[in-house]
Design a protein around this ligand. Structure first.
Ligand code: PLP
Length: 391
C-alpha cells in the first residue's frame, strides 16, 4: 500500500471519541478546529489497527508478559543507527511517568535540576512536584528566530549550582530544534566533566525533515554511560492512548534503580493492546512512517506560506523537527487570556506559549500541524481572524 497524500488527506471524524484534543469542551467548542495538543488527526498505520483488532478478538484481556524489546531494538537500529540490547530497556506507561521516575531516582529532595526553556510543560512539574529546584537556562534566539543552546551559561551553572540532573528534550518541543551531533557532544562532555546525570527525551526523534538527520544521545561516545534516553511509539505512530514508553540506559545499575523506583510506585507496564501495537509499529510500518513524514513536510510548507502571506507580522521559528510550530504572534496580541477567548469564540485552538515557560513563552503560540491540509488551512484561517479582528 502506498502512503501518500490521499491517505493522510482523508479526514477522520474524531468527535465523541473521548479525545482530549477534540472533546475537551472547556478548551474547544463544538465545531472547533483543534491545532493544539500533540497528537495527530491521521489514522494510524493499518498494520497497527489490524494487530489491535486481531488481539481484541480474543476475549481475555488479562495479565501480560512485558515486551521483550526486540522489535524496538531492531527499529532503532534500522531507523537511527542506534545499537542497544533488549536488556537496556524498561517499559513505562508513558514518557511523563518515566521522566518522573528519573527525577525521583537520580536526585534527592532539594537538588538542582537543569532544563532549557521554553520546554514541554511536564518537565517543570516533574521537577517541582517532587520538591527539586528548577534551574532554567533559556535557549537563545538568533536573528532567524532559531534557538541555540547557551553552553557558557550551562557550564557556569554546572560549576556553581551543584546541578544533579540535566533534562533535555531532543528534538526539542516546542521550538522544534534538531540538535546537532556537536551540540549533543558538548552537552555530554559538560555532564561528564561536572558529574551531572543526563536524561534525554527523544519522543519526537522520528519527525525529521530531509536532508537533516536525527542523532541520538545514545550514539554520542562522550555521553556518560548512565545517560538515560526515553522513547515511545506514541508520537511517531499516533498511539498515545495505548500508554507505553521505554526508558533506555546502557548502565545496568542505573536501569535497575529506575526499575526499582517503578516497582516502589507499583507501576506495571504492558497494556495488552499497547504491546501488539508497538510490535506492529516497530516491525511493519516503515512505509507508513516515511509517507507521514513527507506529508508533514508538505504541511510545514503550507503553514509557513500561510503565515508569510496572511499573518506577515508573525515570526515562525524554523521547523527542523516535530509537527509543532513555535510562532511569535506578539505583533498581533500579547494578552494570552484575550487570545484564548477569541480563539475559542472563532472555533480554533492552539497552545499558549506560556505553558512552555512563563518568560520565553510570552507572545508565542504553538501550532500542531499534524492534520489533513484542509483542516490545517481552515484552522489557520480562523486563527487569523482571532488575531486580527478584535471587535
Ligand atoms: C517532549 C515530550 N515528551 C513526552 C510527551 C508525552 O509522552 P507520554 O504521553 O508518553 O507521556 C510529549 C507529548 O507531547 C512530548 O512532547
Amino acid at each position: 500500500m502506498k502512503f501518500d497524500c490521499t491517505y493522510f488527506d482523508n479526514a477522520i471524524d474524531r468527535r465523541n471519541t473521548d479525545s482530549v484534543k477534540w472533546d475537551l469542551r472547556e478548551v474547544i467548542k463544538e465545531g472547533g478546529i483543534p491545532l493544539w495538543i500533540a497528537d495527530m488527526d491521521f489514522p494510524c498505520a493499518p498494520a497497527i489497527s489490524e494487530a489491535v483488532m486481531e488481539r481484541a478478538k480474543h476475549p481475555i484481556y488479562a495479565y501480560t508478559i512485558p515486551d521483550d524489546g526486540k522489535a524496538l531494538v531492531d527499529f532503532l537500529k534500522r531507523r537511527h543507527g542506534i545499537n542497544i540490547e533488549p536488556a537496556n530497556l524498561f517499559m513505562f506507561p508513558s514518557i511523563v511517568s518515566a521522566l518522573r521516575a528519573c527525577v525521583l531516582n537520580l536526585t534527592d529532595e532539594g537538588d538542582n535540576v537543569l532544563i532549557l526553556s521554553p520546554v514541554y510543560g511536564p518537565f517543570y512539574s516533574a521537577i517541582l512536584d517532587n520538591k527539586r529546584n528548577l534551574v532554567d537556562i533559556p535557549l537563545i534566539k538568533d536573528e532567524n528566530h532559531r534557538y541555540n543552546i547557551d553552553f557558557d551559561a550551562i557550564e557556569y551553572s554546572f560549576k556553581n549550582d551543584d546541578i544533579k540532573l540535566f533534562i533535555v528534550c531532543s528534538p526539542h518541543n516546542p521550538v522544534s530544534r534538531l540538535f546537532s551531533e556537536n551540540e549533543l557532544r558538548q552537552m555530554a562532555i559538560l555532564c561528564k566533566k561536572y558529574n551531572v546525570k543526563l536524561a534525554v527525551d527523544e519522543i519526537h526523534c522520528d519527525f525529521v525533515y530531509s536532508p537533516d538527520k536525527f542523532v541520538s544521545i545514545l550514539n554520542i561516545a562522550e555521553a556518560p554511560k548512565d545517560t538515560i534516553c526515553m522513547y515511545s511509539a506514541s508520537k511517531s505512530f499516533n498511539v498515545a492512548g495505548l500508554k507505553q514508553a521505554y526508558v533506555i540506559c546502557k548502565d545496568a545499575d542505573t536501569l535497575e534503580k529506575i526499575k526499582d523506583t517503578a516497582n516502589k510506585l507499583g507501576v506495571v507496564s504492558g497494556n495488552i493492546f499497547g504491546l501488539v501495537a508497538n510490535k506492529a509499529a516497530f516491525t511493519s510500518c516503515d512505509d507508513w512512517l516515511d509517507g507521514l513524514i513527507n506529508y508533514l513536510d508538505s504541511n510545514r510548507k503550507v503553514l509557513a506560506d500561510f503565515l508569510e502571506n496572511e499573518l506577515p507580522l508573525a515570526e515562525l521559528t524554523p521547523i527542523e523537527s516535530t509537527y509543532l510550530a513555535w510562532v511569535n504572534i506578539s505583533a498581533y496580541e500579547t494578552d494570552n487570556e484575550a487570545l484564548k477567548l477569541r480563539c475559542y469564540e472563532k472555533g480554533v485552538c492552539v497552545n499558549p506559549g506560556t505553558i512552555f515557560g512563563e518568560e520565553g513563552g510570552k507572545g508565542y503560540i504553538r501550532i500542531n500541524f499534524a492534520c489533513p491540509k484542509k483542516q490545517l488551512l481552515e484552522g489557520l484561517g480562523r486563527l487569523k481572524i482571532a488575531l486580527t479582528e478584535k471587535e
